[in-house]
Design a protein around this ligand. Structure first.
Ligand code: GAR
Length: 187
């Protein structure tokens, strides 16, 4: 059984979708969801679904206490960032080479980088009157949103679409493709 650990900072709708996709699978299992935010909605979702969930603070994540060791204790085959907003340290990247992936709600290299997350991305896309947007699933390296791209999918934007409409379209792409990409990487 391949083991997936999800890191999430917010609502956790992708975490829930990934968990549901693999529920009952003989090959892939979501073994834990880790969050840096005590009030994140993802914790409510995990409780409801019975997914083991853990909170960690900045010191546990970046301090000398060894987040790498914490992560190793879950024995992950893949670490999935699903709306996780802290920068991943070099030590974690080196401990799990090609085993950490992120989803970004735009067509990288456009609309990536520090501070570009969630609704901020969709507002910028709307502001620039883009005709299309999409999702990017990529390996994580030391720089925000710059790791090697694994998969992209696009969706068209109508001139009447609001940033919220764009967000919804992007979320649909995420729900459709993210679990399948994870499955492909692991099986
Ligand atoms: C997702 O749209 C994800 O692509 C985005 O945050 C959202 C989390 O939604 N990630 C980033 O912006 C990372 N830079 P969720 O908590 O409902 O899964």
């Amino acid at each position: 059984m391949k083991r997936v650990v999800i890191l999430a900072s917010g609502s956790g709708s992708n975490a829930e979708n990934i968990f549901s996709y693999f529920k009952g699978s003989d090959t892939v299992e979501v073994v834990a969801v880790l969050t840096n935010k005590k009030t994140a909605k993802v914790l409510d979702r995990c409780e409801k679904l019975g997914i083991p969930a853990y909170f960690f603070n900045r010191e546990a994540f970046s301090g000398p206490s060894g987040f790498v060791e914490i992560m190793k204790s879950f024995r992950p085959d893949l670490i999935v960032l699903a709306g996780f907003l802290w920068k991943i340290s070099s030590s974690l990247i080196n401990a799990f080479p090609n085993k950490i992936i992120n989803i970004h709600p735009a067509l990288l290299p456009k609309y990536g980088g520090k501070g570009m997350y969630g609704s901020k991305v969709h507002e910028a896309v709307k502001e620039n009157s883009e005709a299309e947007t999409g999702i990017t699933i990529h390996y994580v390296n030391e720089n925000y949103d710059e790791g090697a791209i694994i998969f992209q999918a696009k969706t068209a934007i109508n001139t009447s679409d609001t940033a919220d409409d764009i967000a919804q379209k992007v979320h649909q792409l995420e729900y459709e493709h993210f679990p399948k990409v994870i499955e492909k990487l692991l099986t």
